[in-house]
Design a protein around this ligand. Structure first.
Ligand SMILES: *Cc1c(COP(=O)(O)O)cnc(C)c1O
Length: 393
C-alpha cells in the first residue's frame, strides 16, 4: 500500500488542549533548522528564557522549557525536589493531583493526600490540618488550574500556608500560564511547571518550568542522585544555563522557534491583557450557555475562564454530542474524566482560541446538535446573550 502524505483536517480546538495554534507560530516552526549549539540558536534560547520569566512573573534564573510535554515538567519538579523517604503533601481535586501522587511515589517519596471533591477547589484548611499532622513533611504540591474539572485553587494562599510550615511548594500551572493571574515571585512559588499547548497556543511538546533559589538549594543538597538522567536539572543547566553551553540532549529546535513566537505574541499583547481576554470570552460563552439553559459544574468564584465544565443535559449521550461536533463542525471539545465521565463536557477557551469567533461558533454548533438530539434547551437566544455580555464586559 502506498501511503500518502498526511493532511490533517482543519479543526477548531476548544477542548482541554491542545488549543488552536496561531498561524504565526506554525510559520515560525517551518523556518530552517540550525544546530542546537549554533550561536544564533543560543541567542534565541536566551530570549525564550527572558520571555518565560515575564510569563511566569519571575526573576528565577532557572526558567527554561523542558524538551517534552507538560507531564515531563511535572516529572522534572518531582524527581529533582523529592528525595527517597521524604514526605510530600499532595492536594488532589482532579486528575492531575492524582498524577502528582504517582510522581512522588515513583521518586521514592511518601505522599500524604489532601483530597477535595472534583469540581471544588483545594481547601486551605485541610492543607493546614495535614501540615499540622505531618510536621516532617518537606514539600507541598497542588494544581493551580485543574483542567479535568475547570477549577482554580488559591495558589497564593496555599503557598503561604506551606511556607509557614517550612515546606517548599511545587505548583502545576500547565493550564494557568497565560490564562489567569499567576505571579511566581510575588507569591513565592518554589517550583512550577507549565505546558506549551494550552494558554500559550503553541504546539504540544514543551514544558516551561521555573525553579527558585530556595528550591535549587534543596536540589544541590541532595544526598542521592536524581534518578532521571534526562530530567536532572544539574545536567540540563549545562545546556540551558549561562556561560559555556555543553551538549546534553539535542534541543527540539523548530518547536522552540514556535515557543519563541508564542511568547513574543504574549509580550506584544501584554500578560494582564491576555488574562483579561480569557475572562472576557468566558463571560460571553457562559452567558450564551446559560441562555440556552445549560449550567456549569463549578461555583462561579472558582471557575477557570479558560476551561469550562458544562453539565450534559438530561438524556444526552455526550460521546454522540462530541463526535457530531467533530464530524459535522470540525469542532473539538473535551469529555468528562473519572467520576465526571458522561456528566460534563469541557470547553476550552485557551490562548489564541479565546476569541469571539470561537465563542459564537461553539454556541451555534452546540445549539444545532443538541436541538437535533431533542435535548431540553432554549434555542435562538444563546448568540444574542453572548453578544450582549461581550459588549457589556
Ligand atoms: C495538560 C495538563 C498536564 C499534562 O500536560 P501534557 O502536555 O499533556 O503532558 C498536566 N497538568 C495539567 C493541569 C494539565 O492540564
Amino acid at each position: 500500500m502506498k501511503i500518502k502524505p498526511f493532511n490533517p483536517p482543519v479543526r477548531t480546538l476548544m477542548g482541554p488542549g491542545p488549543s488552536d495554534v496561531h498561524p504565526r507560530v506554525l510559520t515560525a516552526m517551518a523556518r530552517p533548522t540550525i544546530g542546537h549549539l549554533d550561536p544564533a540558536f543560543i541567542v534565541m534560547m536566551d530570549e525564550i528564557k527572558q520571555m518565560l520569566q515575564y510569563a511566569f512573573q519571575t526573576k528565577n534564573a532557572l526558567t527554561i522549557p523542558v524538551s517534552a510535554p507538560g507531564s515531563a515538567g511535572m516529572e522534572t519538579c518531582f524527581v529533582n525536589l523529592v528525595e527517597p523517604g521524604e514526605k510530600v503533601i499532595v492536594c488532589a481535586n482532579g486528575v492531575f493531583g492524582g498524577r502528582m501522587k504517582e510522581n512522588v511515589e515513583r521518586a521514592g517519596g511518601v505522599a500524604v493526600m489532601v483530597e477535595d471533591a472534583w469540581g471544588t477547589p483545594v481547601d486551605p484548611n485541610k492543607l493546614e490540618d495535614a501540615l499540622k499532622n505531618n510536621k516532617d513533611a518537606k514539600l507541598v504540591a497542588f494544581v493551580h488550574a485543574e483542567t479535568s474539572t475547570g477549577v482554580q485553587s488559591d495558589a497564593k494562599k496555599l503557598t503561604e500556608i506551606a511556607h509557614r510550615h517550612g515546606c517548599l511548594v511545587i505548583v502545576d500551572a500547565v493550564t494557568s500560564l497565560g490564562g489567569i493571574a499567576l505571579k511566581v515571585d510575588e507569591w513565592e512559588i518554589d517550583a512550577i511547571y507549565s505546558g506549551s499547548q494550552k494558554c500559550l497556543s503553541c504546539t504540544p511538546g514543551l514544558s516551561p518550568i521555573s525553579v527558585s533559589e530556595r528550591a535549587i538549594e534543596k536540589i544541590k543538597n541532595r544526598k542521592t542522585k536524581v534518578q532521571s538522567w534526562f530530567l536532572d536539572l544539574n545536567l540540563v543547566m549545562g545546556y540551558w544555563g549561562t556561560g559555556k553551553r555543553a551538549y546534553h540532549h539535542t534541543a527540539p529546535i523548530n518547536p522552540l522557534y514556535g515557543l519563541h513566537e508564542a511568547l513574543a505574541m504574549l509580550q506584544e499583547e501584554g500578560l494582564e491583557k491576555s488574562w483579561a481576554r480569557h475572562q472576557h470570552h468566558y463571560v460571553a460563552l457562559r452567558s450564551g450557555l446559560e441562555a440556552m439553559g445549560l449550567s456549569l459544574l463549578v461555583k462561579e468564584s472558582a471557575r477557570l475562564p479558560q476551561l469550562n465544565a458544562v453539565m450534559v443535559p438530561p438524556g444526552v449521550d455526550d460521546a454522540k454530542l462530541r463526535s457530531r461536533l467533530l464530524e459535522e463542525y470540525n469542532l473539538e471539545i473535551g469529555a468528562g474524566l473519572g467520576a465526571l465521565a458522561g456528566k460534563i463536557i469541557r470547553i476550552g477557551l485557551m490562548g489564541y482560541g479565546a476569541n469571539m469567533k470561537n465563542v459564537m461558533y461553539c454556541l451555534e454548533a452546540i445549539e444545532a446538535v443538541l436541538s437535533d438530539m431533542r435535548a431540553p434547551i432554549q434555542t435562538g437566544v444563546a448568540m444574542n446573550a453572548a453578544q450582549s455580555a461581550a459588549v457589556l464586559n
